[in-house]
Design a protein around this ligand. Structure first.
Ligand SMILES: Nc1nc2c(ncn2[C@@H]2O[C@H](COP(=O)(O)OP(=O)(O)O)[C@@H](O)[C@H]2O)c(=O)[nH]1
Ligand SMILES: [Mg+2]
Length: 363
């Protein structure tokens, strides 16, 4: 098969030539920067039409490179980003394609660059075995992701867990799912408490679930109500606390919650974040709830999200384990204990049409 060579003074121009000549589905075999110096740059792209059988182009030990080949659309995508500086990646197709993948997934650019650096991908050339690149990336993500189940204890001490996060993120639903699973699967005695300092009636939804499950449910407007509920729930193995409020970024509410939950009560807090929420909101939410010293993240609405970079961004910003992910509206089944491989699969599986991706890990 004929390789098509395109040369131009900028990557943008070379990319445009490829697209004009081979169409928007062209696959890039290699990218090169041929010369340097002010005004004397020359970039070369080798490409084939989309749908070509590329294996005949690749000498044997590197057949897997097929997986890694970059689509012209990925290159255009990278070039069109405002602060894109990918010139130094021109001689490294694997790094370019991995970079595009991470950025498309919503991973912050500095973090994506850091991942390329730390996985040694920047040192690769076209002839690096792509499966090593993939393994290094997976290894790195396994290090970045931490998981912890707050309901796993060595002794039989009572566990009290509060669920915090913005209105609508899925707190009440998640508590109902957990209550059911802890009861039915683990045989735990579960008690529920709703903290609702504004009396907005959030208790009703929790009460309904409590009635279905046949578990006790209390509401607490003040700390003394909470202490009363704890005494009543003395026989419970697990107490799940729902929290409700009017406004998500209401600092006085967070202070009130802090006062309610403070002291020697051994309550752990868990922050719920909806994966599909825009990045800036996720960051803002985590910061505004940080006075509550939450101990794990629960990522909700995985089923609605298309990109999972926000998970990696958040857990590298504020390094805490993930305890659960929730995957739908069905109570109690749509919840899973956080699992590193599953989270990596969500990130790396191919869901963007026209972009090449890694093969998915076996769970
Ligand atoms: N698609 C989807 N919807 C969810 C998930 N978790 C909760 N929800 C829905 O999100 C809405 C708000 O949930 P709710 O538990 O009342 O949120 P809260 O205000 O934080 O207590 C409800 O319609 C839930 O069914 C999830 O994992 N996936
Ligand atoms: Mg609620």
């Amino acid at each position: 098969m004929q390789n098509n060579l395109y040369r131009a003074k900028s990557i943008k121009q070379a990319t445009a030539k490829v697209k004009d000549s081979l169409g928007p589905d062209a696959m890039i075999i290699s990218t090169k920067k041929l010369s340097q110096g002010a005004g004397h740059n020359l970039f070369e792209i080798t490409a084939v039409p989309g749908g070509s059988d590329i294996s005949s182009n690749i000498s044997d030990p590197f057949t897997e490179v097929n997986d890694q080949l970059m689509n012209i659309k990925d290159l255009i995508f990278l070039l069109n980003r405002p602060d894109s500086s990918i010139e130094h990646l021109m001689n490294n197709s694997i790094a370019l394609s991995l970079y595009a993948k991470l950025i498309r997934e919503g991973i912050d650019e500095p973090l994506a660059r850091n991942i390329l650096q730390e996985t040694g991908t920047l040192k690769n050339t076209f002839h690096t075995n792509p499966s090593n690149v993939k393994q290094n990336l997976i290894k790195k993500l396994m290090q970045i992701i931490d998981v912890k189940d707050p309901f796993e204890t060595k002794d039989n001490s009572r566990i009290i867990a509060a669920f915090i996060g913005t209105t609508g993120v899925g707190k009440t639903t998640t508590i109902a799912k957990l209550a059911a699973q802890l009861m039915l699967k683990d045989g735990k005695r579960v008690g529920l408490i709703s903290i609702d300092t504004y009396r907005i009636g959030a208790i009703e939804q929790l009460k309904t679930y409590a009635n279905i499950l046949g578990v006790p449910c209390f509401h607490a407007f003040k700390r003394k109500d909470l202490l009363f509920a704890f005494r009543k729930l003395e026989a419970s193995d697990v107490i799940l606390i729902d929290t409700a409020g009017r406004s998500q970024y209401d600092n006085s509410r967070i202070e009130e919650l802090k006062t309610m939950l403070a002291g020697d009560l051994a309550i752990s807090s868990h922050l719920l974040l909806s994966v599909g929420t825009i990045q800036s909101e996720i960051i803002k939410t985590a910061i505004s709830f940080s006075p509550l010293n939450f101990q794990t993240y629960i990522f909700t609405k995985i089923d609605e999200a298309e990109r999972f970079g926000s998970v990696i961004n958040q857990i590298t910003k504020l390094k805490l384990p993930i305890s659960y992910i929730t995957t739908g509206q069905n109570v109690p089944e749509d919840i899973e204990r956080a699992n590193k491989k599953h989270i990596i699969n969500l990130l790396l599986k191919n869901k963007h049409r026209n972009s090449k991706s890694f093969k998915v890990l076996e769970n």
